[in-house]
Ligand binder design. Structure first.
Ligand code: NAD
Length: 255
C-alpha cells in the first residue's frame, strides 16, 4: 500500500498508460480521480477499480478547458479534501492523426498546431495551475508529467506533438524549481513506444513496428511499465526526487 491515504488525479485515465496507472495507484491504496474526456472509457475504469474493492471517481474533463479544470479541482477538494498526486498523463498523438496533422512543420496547419499544443502542453499547464495551490496549502505534493521520447530527442514527422512534449519537459524543470520550497516535487516521464491505443495502428504495420524493436531491450513497452515508474515518483519513496526527466524507453534514447 505505497499510496495509502493519498488522493491522486490522473488525466487521460480511461486508456493506455493512464488506465494502467489508475488501476495500480488504486491497488496501492490511493483514491483515484479519473479525469478523462471519454465518458464511456472513464466510467469503465471507475467501475473496474470499485469492483476490485478500491476507491475511484470519474469526472468528465477536457484538460484544455480552463473552466472544466477548475470545476474538477473544486469537486475533488469537496469530496476528498486534498490532492496529493497529479499525474498529467492525457495527450493526443498518432491515434488522432486523422483529426490533427502529424507531420513536419511545413505540412502542419496552424489550427492543428494550436489544437495539439492546447491539449498536450496547455492541458498540463492548466491542471498544474489549479492543483498546485491545493498542494501549497497542504505543504506537500507530487506532480508527474507524461512527456515523450519526442520531448528529448529529435523524432521527425510529428513536429507539433514533439514541440508540445518538449514544452512539457521544460515546464517540469521550472515547476520543480518554483515549488520545491513548498515540498512539491515535479518529475517527468518520457515514454518510448508503448503498446497503447495511441500507437496501435502504427504497431500493426510490420515495417514500422520493426523500428520500435531496435533499442537495447528490443521490444516496445507495456503501459504497466509506465505505471510502475509513475508509482515510484508519486510515492514517498521518491521524497528526494524532483526535476527528473526520466526516459522509460527500453534504452531507445541511448542509441
Ligand atoms: N503510447 C506511446 O507510445 C507514447 C509514447 C510517448 C508518450 N506517450 C504519451 O503518454 C500519454 C498517454 O498516452 P497513451 O499511450 O496511454 O495513449 P491513449 O490514447 O491510450 O490514452 C490517452 C488518453 O488521454 C485521453 N485524453 C486525450 N485528450 C484529452 C483531453 N483533452 N482531456 C482529457 N482526456 C484526454 C484520451 O481520451 C485517452 O483516454 C500521452 O500524453 C502520450 O502523448 C505515449
Amino acid at each position: 500500500m505505497r499510496l495509502a491515504g493519498k488522493t491522486a488525479i490522473i488525466t487521460g485515465a480511461g486508456s493506455g498508460q493512464g488506465k494502467a496507472s489508475a488501476l495500480l495507484f488504486a491497488e496501492q491504496g490511493a483514491k483515484v480521480v479519473i479525469a478523462e474526456w471519454n465518458e464511456e472509457a472513464g466510467k469503465q475504469v471507475e467501475k473496474e477499480i470499485i469492483d476490485a474493492g478500491n476507491e475511484a471517481m470519474f469526472f468528465k474533463t477536457d484538460i484544455s478547458n480552463e473552466e472544466n479544470v477548475q470545476e474538477l479541482v473544486s469537486v475533488v477538494q469537496d469530496k476528498y479534501g486534498r490532492i496529493d498526486i497529479l499525474f498529467n498523463n492525457a495527450g493526443i498523438g498518432f491515434s488522432s492523426r486523422s483529426k490533427y496533422t502529424m507531420a513536419s512543420i511545413l505540412e502542419t496547419p496552424l489550427d492543428d498546431w494550436n489544437s495539439i499544443m492546447g491539449i498536450n502542453l496547455n492541458g498540463t499547464f492548466l491542471m498544474s495551475k489549479y492543483v498546485i495551490p491545493v498542494m501549497i496549502e497542504q505543504g506537500k505534493g507530487s506532480v508527474i508529467n507524461n512527456s515523450s521520447l519526442n520531448g528529448i530527442i529529435g523524432v521527425t514527422g510529428a513536429d507539433a506533438y514533439t514541440a508540445s512534449k518538449g514544452g512539457v519537459v521544460a515546464l517540469t524543470r521550472v515547476m520543480a524549481a518554483d515549488y520545491g520550497k513548498h515540498n512539491i516535487r515535479v518529475n517527468c516521464i518520457c515514454p518510448g513506444a508503448i503498446n497503447t491505443p495511441m500507437i496501435s495502428e502504427v504497431l500493426d504495420i510490420p515495417e514500422i513496428a520493426k523500428n520500435y524493436e531496435t533499442g537495447p531491450l528490443g521490444r516496445v513497452g507495456e503501459p504497466e511499465e509506465i505505471a510502475g515508474a509513475a508509482l515510484f515518483l508519486a510515492s514517498d519513496e521518491a521524497s528526494y526526487v524532483t526535476g527528473v526527466i526520466l526516459p522509460v524507453d527500453g534504452g531507445w534514447s541511448t542509441v
